[in-house]
Write a protein that binds this ligand. Structure first.
Ligand code: UN1
Length: 516
């Protein structure tokens, strides 16, 4: 059986420091030396991978460091050529890759394909951006001076990406880092190494110079070896708040190093007394249950005005009871499985916590009924919607309203009063990633736009499905910076303020005397 390795310095390599592949099972510290990609809907093994060591990361960083000087010398447009190749490949293989995404991470098939679409959108954005202006002409106080802001690449960019968008998010980070002239060391999520392998194959096929792109498979120890290394100039991270805060704390304290991290949320939708309830129910269902609630932008709180509460609740509960959970490769499935057994356990704990904190449970499909699980899928990581209602009182500090579950787990909270009251409840979480307001009153919409603590705010829409040309990131504990698109340029470039004198005299700004 083939055990896939890493892609370092333009070569497919075996894990370093562990002897020949045939003799490997467990390392001295007890960690498995290989790991498997599993289909979350069936439990079957899809492929086997080597678990990266510190030595592998070291080799990858060295390759990236060595490749930087030549790569930065190419023009933006020449660098983008390699990415156009990948853009065409992603498009040509849309169906096939979408199915692989679905098999490896369990998202239903339209989501698997949308992941690939989002990837080529980001590649298109980054490669197209190569022909856009990349700096500013800045006015000077002195007529004989020219002033500019010029960008240059920072060097080696370490990318750590999550399993839930195993093709799109790697390109959020890498496409822009590469076009700007950085080299990359990437660790895919340990749950989706197969997508990692395919992306590395595409990079290899594009003919990108050796060492410009490197991939090390593995777990958090390999990720930490990347983020902690002094050769890494920028870390781009998308994933859990726990890991993101650790990275932001560590990297943020190192002078000269930058981290842009996008983490989770406890995202909410405000449904006011002026809401169109068709849009409200539709948006809430999409936001809470699409991707089985496993987007960082998925919604786990619905803040609903008392005038429409009962009707909304009845309609939302009705859909949650019926929503199709099942084989993600089937087109009429709405929700696939959770990513892994440990995550099913974590969702169970969040559901239990809500109960312990006095929630009234409205829908509990955590354990699916007999007959709901499709044949041949008995070993899948199945979970269904869990919907509850709670009385909101800021003093109670209910953990179930504060802590992200990352599953199909959603609270209904009734409020009385105006949009200010709704915003007070909406903003009462440590996070601030995505949210939506449903209302036909533009004053309420504008109040939400201006006052919701959010990076991504939607009106009369679900709070998922952002387009790649928008900034993607959050406030409060949801992030420090934007690891994608236009804003990521800030994290992967340095700015030089370039001032030129066009006269034979020296004249200083601020009226400073130039007499000597
Ligand atoms: C994530 O939730 O982890 O906005 C990323 C969206 C997608 C990206 C989600 N474009 O839903």
């Amino acid at each position: 059986e083939q055990v896939h390795g890493h892609y370092i310095g333009g070569e497919w390599t075996d894990s370093a420091g562990r002897g020949p592949a045939s003799s490997r099972t467990q390392s001295d510290d007890g960690a498995d030396e290989t790991f498997e990609s599993r289909n979350p809907a069936t439990g079957e093994t899809l492929a086997t991978f080597q678990r990266g060591t510190e030595d592998d990361v070291d080799a990858a960083l060295e390759a990236a460091d060595d490749a930087f000087e030549e790569w930065r010398e190419l023009s933006y447009i020449d660098r983008a050529e390699y990415l156009w190749d990948i853009y065409h490949e992603l498009r040509d293989r849309h169906e096939e890759l979408g199915e692989i995404v679905t098999k490896e991470c369990g998202k239903e098939i339209s989501e698997g394909k949308a992941d690939v679409t989002e990837a080529w959108h980001m590649v298109e954005w980054a490669a197209g951006n190569a022909r856009h202006p990349h700096g500013d002409v800045v006015p000077s106080e002195i007529g004989s001076k020219d002033a500019y802001m010029r960008r240059k690449p920072r060097g080696v960019v370490g990318c750590i990406t999550p399993w839930n968008f195993p093709v799109a998010i790697p390109f959020w980070h890498m496409a822009i880092a590469l076009v700007e002239g950085n080299t990359v060391v990437w660790k895919p999520a340990e749950q989706t190494p197969w997508c990692g392998q395919i992306i590395a194959e595409m990079m290899d096929d594009s003919g990108i110079p050796d060492g410009v792109f490197n991939m090390v498979q593995g777990y958090g120890d390999a990720g930490a070896a990347i983020t902690d290394d002094g050769r890494v100039d920028t870390v781009l991270f998308t994933g859990s708040a726990e890991v993101g805060h650790e990275i932001a704390g560590k990297v943020g304290n190192e002078p000269g190093k930058l981290a842009a991290c996008e983490m989770g949320g406890k995202n909410g939708i405000v449904i006011t007394e002026e809401a169109d309830l068709d849009i409200a129910v539709h948006s809430a269902v999409m936001s809470s249950f699409k991707t089985t609630g496993q987007r960082c932008v998925s919604s786990e709180r619905l803040v609903v005005h008392s005038d429409v509460y009962d009707e909304f609740k009845e309609r939302f509960v009705d859909v949650a009871q019926k929503i199709a959970v099942g084989d993600p490769l089937e087109e009429d499935t709405f929700m696939g499985p959770a990513i892994e057994p440990d995550h099913v356990e974590k969702i169970r704990q969040h559901n239990d916590l809500a109960r312990e904190e006095g929630a009234e449970v409205l829908v509990d499909r955590f354990e699916l009924e007999d007959g709901e699980i499709p044949d041949g899928h008995e070993d899948g990581n199945w979970v269904g919607p869990f919907v509850y209602e709670v009385d909101y009182d800021a003093d109670d500090d209910l953990r179930c309203l504060q802590e992200e579950c990352f599953g199909p787990h959603v609270a209904l909270i009734e409020y009385d009063g105006d949009i200010e009251r709704a915003l007070e409840i909406h903003n009462d979480t440590p996070y601030g990633l995505a949210g939506a307001v449903i209302s036909e009153d533009y004053r309420q919409l504008n109040a939400f736009r201006d006052r919701a603590d959010l990076g991504l705010a939607y009106a009369n829409l679900p709070c998922i499905g952002a387009e790649v040309q928008l900034p993607f990131g959050g406030v409060k504990k949801s992030g420090n910076g934007y690891p994608s698109a236009r804003e990521a340029i800030e994290a992967v470039t340095e700015r030089t303020a370039w001032t030129m004198n066009n006269s034979k005299d020296i004249e200083m700004a601020q009226g400073l005397s130039a007499d000597i």
